[in-house]
Design a protein around this ligand. Sequence first.
Ligand SMILES: *Cc1c(COP(=O)(O)O)cnc(C)c1O
Length: 399
Amino acid sequence: MSPMQRKQCLMNTVVRPDPVFVRGQGAYLYDQAGLAYLDWVQGWAVNALGHSPEVVTAALARQATTLLNASPGFYHPPLLALAEKLVSLSGMDQAFFINSGAEANEGAIKLARKWGRLHKGGAYEIITFDNGYHGRTLATMSATGKPGWDTYYPPQVPGFPKARFNDLDSVAALIGPGTVAVMLEPVQGEGGVIPASDEFLHGLRALCDRHDLMLIFDEVQTGCGRSGTLFAWQHYGVMPDVMTLGKGLGGGVPLSALLARRRHCCFEPGDQGGTFSGAPLACAVGSAVLDVLAQPAFLAQVRQRSRQLREGLEALSTRHGLGEVRGLGLLLALAMPDGGAVELVELAREHGLLLNAPRPHCVRVMPALNSTEAEIEEGLRLLDGALAMLVHPRNAVPA
Ligand SMILES: *Cc1c(COP(=O)(O)O)cnc(C)c1O
């Protein structure tokens, strides 16, 4: 088959750029032609420690020759070790492991519905948010508030009324006898990197306590050090009842977690599962990754790189007449009020920098958490070059 015919063997679910990527190392991805790209996508904030870090490859090799797969119904050391680690790091009481963020969120939704059946007279509604993102299963798509997503695969799964993010009154207005939980991302990632305000998260905690609702944080994107603390809620000092993790947890290997406090841990045998739930290979990697991410010195380094990146993006914004820089840690976005983010992603790639545009009006950067000062500097320089090429209403005529 020709290269084009081979590409056509794939279902048409995403618009991919032309390069075929053959290798990744640290902050860089390399294509078939041998070109290097500084990668600020990192598998969608998945490669917390960059491409093929030694910590991950060593854990994979060790576990692959020891025990690849036991059974989701058996105990094994990697499962017990990861559960103990996450429970003690998060202050939660119990964990369930699965493969993807959407599946972890499905687990959270089921836990809420079961808890509502047992303790709240069958209440099952989970208040979710406009522009929120929770995954691509039918239930998590229904929980997602991306414009237009309610019409993709009707009928939607019922029970996910939408409030406005950072608007406590809009949440309070939806609370009724059928409400069991509130679910949100502390920073809306796919929605354009919109952080929750302090007052909003504290207000939500109080509201949930007053009405005895389960507060669920989807930390699939913000968790595991991405925000500069191990979990984004630690910035706010607002602890959820239930939390989901994914993306960075496996450092590039599929792994996600559902964590809950004792009071809400109401699953019984048979309620939730999955063939690859808590499999040894993924759990061994998760533990190895967490051992690095959870070190205070590592997180301090993430915050330092975050300041550098934020200041650099702010300087570029001023220079090129763009909008605000927002986000937490190494999950940052540069707003482009006049649009052009999709074009910028293309131009940046031609300059050797991989970025992502979750919306036409902003670009998102998610570098590896162990990026060096020099790598952040290089990315800012490449982005500056790409911005200069952008045909942009405000800088089309050089000053
Ligand atoms: C990526 C993401 C998900 C979905 O994770 P998958 O692994 O793609 O299923 C859910 N919630 C948030 C906040 C995410 O960023």
